[in-house]
Ligand binder design. Sequence first.
Ligand code: AMP
Length: 399
Amino acid sequence: MIKVMAINAGSSSLKFKLYDMPEETVITEGNIERIGHEDAYYTININGDKIKTVLPVKNHKEATNLLLDDLVKRKIVSSLDEIKGVGHRIVQGGDYFSDSVIVDDDVIAKIDELCQLAPLHNPAHLTGIKAFMEVLPDVPNVVVFDTAFHQTMAEEAYMYALPYEWYTKHRIRKYGAHGTSHQYVARKAAEVVGVPIEELKIVTCHLGNGASIAAVQGGKCVDTSMGLTPLEGIPMGTRSGNIDPAVVEFICMKDNLTVSEVLYILNHKSGYLGVSGISNDSRDLEEAMQRGDKRSKLALDIQYKRIADYIGSYYVYMGGIDIIVFTAGIGENCSRCRSEVLRRVKVLGVELDEEANAKARGEIRELTTRDSKIRAFLIPTNEELVIARDTVRLARLIQ
Ligand code: AMP
């Protein structure tokens, strides 16, 4: 039995999950937030209890030391030698990485170069990797990319109809996101129905605050809704998803805004929040809708329509669909979202099991009836587990 750490480092946060492998049991998890502040806080889950400490944490190295010292102090590990590998989530791997890899100088240089495509995420991930390399110099680090699973898309799916030089000079193309989640739930779906994934056409709907859809044919991603950045695709909690790009100049002129200001609004003030004017959280919108708030209903309806549009287009692109999967915060918890989407794609051969769907929450459930041509499932995602598995696989921790 060996211990492996899965890390998701943000600009001021460090989320962690410690696993016993190959058993895949979670030993503990938690996060350190507000890194760089006097009142940073460290939360660790011990046997179901969340223990929170407020303390100053200067940087990610200090956060890493704090975490590792605490694991020893609490006897979660008897010594740091027990941790045999650390896996890191990386948002943007560009077209360099179609699988997870062991960290070396070249990998670090590439992640650094790709900061231009993910300016909020990649620099933070690098800070996390460097912190662990310093604090645990003999332990292998593995990086797991959100984009890697989407690297199998054909040119016709990932290229935009823009001047070709924008691609060759500036690498403007579709990269996608949430790949780790799409891959995990697609494989799990194949396992659940007991059919080799090579024989299946699956649409995976990762519906969280950020949301994307993927078409997975024969186990490989053939299309996905997010693009160069996570702004493309379906409307989300605060993101607009697809719009006519001409809106940008139009609103710049009307409201005297800069392009950056408009992009900020498209990323942070649109989607559920922008249309409803109430919240980016589907629970708040559902509540408001029950009270008769029309804009909340509209915000949800726009999203459901667009999800159904993607499912329809992937049906055509793959020449059919065997399974539709719902996952992430909304997909796992919001039965109305699932029923609204499945109702809208009924024509493809989806027979919703209303009762099963109403009950489904947070665990694997079939959502369609026995005579449904397309089967739909709720499958909880587990990106951290993929990170832990890939760390074991690539660092060859278990022979
Ligand atoms: P995620 O980004 O996957 O953590 O998903 C977060 C989103 O899931 C929240 O913003 C909510 O909109 C949604 N969500 C979480 N729990 C529920 C719930 N019980 N019912 C409806 N929506 C939920």
